[in-house]
Design a protein around this ligand. Structure first.
Ligand SMILES: Cc1cc2nc3c(=O)[nH]c(=O)nc-3n(C[C@H](O)[C@H](O)[C@H](O)COP(=O)(O)OP(=O)(O)OC[C@H]3O[C@@H](n4cnc5c(N)ncnc54)[C@H](O)[C@@H]3O)c2cc1C
Length: 481
């Protein structure tokens, strides 16, 4: 029998459409391993919410591998040290993995390559996380795209996305190496278990990802174009945490969506809009692969000189959903209670933090990192910079979301806001997004005492907007645009 090959699982926790696993299966018996390297990534180590998802996703992968006669080896420690130990223990010389694009991935992968070579083997890295690799998509001048629309056009012109590949038939070693138990990885929150209700909301794992995709395509995909901006309605796919952990590949999503387009041509426009969002995920990953400082520094360097405020009370009120702006508070509480927030509301709360509260976008980015189940280094960084005005292809700084107008437009009937901010649920729609304008009698009838049962707005929208625009004007003058 050939030497066993190590399959190094990272953010590709699946069996289907995994080219690196197919290649490993051809080499010989496979030892699938996941290494919890708690130091990797610095500030960008897995946050609390993603640790919860990771636990359940590993559990699901373990049981899928067991059903095939194998198992997932779980280890903890510095990655190359752990892989070296495993090579010593098993005689494996080759390591297979899917490519990752975080700023630290390249040096880690080089170290793993050297390790494998020192054992007379090789590190074999395959695509599997994106549809298009960063090296494939360049401007005519050979530079990375910094604007989404021409980027996505170039992707669609470059080639047809290749078809997903089936899960391989796997052989395993007779005596698997020792593994930690899932509980020993200590990924779940305890004392308190703030994720107690999440199992009813989410189904981590490859099976759950597949069901989420099928449910979306059979249910709301037709209405995605029109309906994606309304947070009370289940019109988006909620595939983001599954994609973050690689329980499904974007190629699988692409192929299934194309199939629906052919079967139901009337869905084409909606499906293309949905696939363009998958395109944004590609764009963000390409950007971070090529501009690795993106999660930490303003892409447009002049914003590193922006006069950010330093009011910790503002940050706390925002984090706790106690700003006095109902749509903002609804979003922040949805995030805290479910590990997720609708995209439209993410834009509103991010704009509010960076512009109304003049708080550095990186503090918001870090909070999202800890709280989001789909916390993804590239999408999070690019989106925060997009909203904050400092990113590639960013929304212009002077575009400041009005939280009242956003609430009235996208949550007109108040269903979303009432769900997450129950203390103002009895307000009539007219005042739901601006309780401070409600007459005293209406507030009293609704059981609200502003400043007591629900906060008064922590900043005045008009004043905050003017202050933000003033700060921006100063920045522009300083850099004489
Ligand atoms: C401030 C801010 C922070 C964000 N942080 C993250 C993050 O950490 N992780 C993350 O996956 N998304 C992030 N997003 C993007 C977006 O909000 C989520 O991807 C989306 O809400 C996930 O819901 P869904 O799966 O139902 O999306 P759908 O609308 O069904 O879209 C399908 C998929 O496309 C991708 N996608 C959609 N919108 C975007 C986008 N704007 N940028 C990049 N990819 C996108 C996601 O993978 C998503 O699952 C952020 C957006 C903002 C404004």
């Amino acid at each position: 029998m050939n030497n066993p090959a190590i399959y190094w699982y990272r953010a590709d926790l699946r069996l289907t459409d995994l080219p690196a696993l197919v290649a490993a299966s051809k080499q010989g018996p496979v030892i699938p391993v996941f290494v919890l390297d708690e130091q990797l990534g610095g500030d960008w180590r897995p946050g609390g919410a993603t640790r919860w998802w990771l636990h359940h996703s590993l559990q699901s992968l373990k049981s899928d591998l067991r059903a095939r006669g194998g198992d997932l080896v779980l280890r903890r420690g510095e990655t190359t040290t752990v892989l070296k130990e495993l090579m010593e223990e098993t005689g494996a010389q080759h390591i297979y993995a899917s490519r990752q694009y975080q700023p630290w991935s390249q040096s880690l992968e080089s170290a793993v390559k050297s390790l494998a070579e020192s054992y007379g083997g090789d590190f074999k890295r395959y695509p599997g996380t994106l549809i298009f690799e960063p090296e494939e998509i360049k401007t005519g001048g050979g530079t990375p795209f910094k604007v989404f629309t021409p980027f996505w056009r170039a992707c669609l012109k470059a080639r047809e996305p290749s078809l997903p590949v089936a899960a391989p038939t796997l052989a395993f070693v007779d005596t698997p190496p020792e593994s930690l138990s899932l509980d020993e990885l200590n990924l779940l929150p305890r004392d308190p278990n703030w994720a107690a209700g999440w199992e009813a909301l989410w189904s981590p794992g490859e099976g759950g990802a597949d069901r989420a995709l099928q449910g979306f395509l059979e249910g709301h995909a037709n209405n995605y174009g029109e309906g994606r901006d309304f947070p009370a309605q289940p019109n988006t796919s909620r595939l983001s945490p599954h994609l973050k952990f690689g329980e499904i590949s974007p190629r699988q999503i692409w192929a299934a969506a194309q199939h629906l387009k052919h079967a139901e041509p009337s869905s084409s426009a909606s499906i293309d809009k949905f696939l363009a969002e998958i395109g944004w995920r590609e764009f963000c990953n390409h950007l971070v692969a090529q501009f690795p400082a993106m999660p930490d520094r303003a892409f447009n360097a002049k914003f590193d000189h922006f006069p950010w405020g330093e009011n910790p009370d503002y940050l706390k009120a925002w984090q706790q959903g106690m700003t006095g702006y109902p749509i903002v508070d609804a979003g922040m509480r949805e995030l805290w209670q479910t590990g997720f927030m609708h995209n439209r509301v993410r834009m509103v709360v991010a704009s509010f933090l960076a512009k109304h509260l003049l708080t550095h976008w990186r503090l918001g980015e870090l909070w999202f990192w800890d709280c989001l189940l789909d916390a993804d280094l590239a999408s999070n960084a690019c989106s925060w910079q997009w909203v904050g005005g400092s990113g590639a292809d960013a929304s212009p700084y002077f575009r400041i979301f009005n939280p009242v107008a956003q609430g009235e437009k996208f949550d007109k009937t108040g269903e979303y806001t009432r769900r997450w901010v129950p203390e103002i649920a009895e307000l009539p729609n007219k005042y739901l997004h601006k309780p401070w304008e409600a007459p005293a009698l209406i507030l009293e009838t609704a059981g609200i005492e502003l400043g007591e049962t629900y906060p008064s707005p922590i900043v005045d929208h008009k004043e905050a907007r003017e202050t933000a625009l003033g700060a921006y004007a100063e920045l522009r003058a300083q850099f004489s645009e």
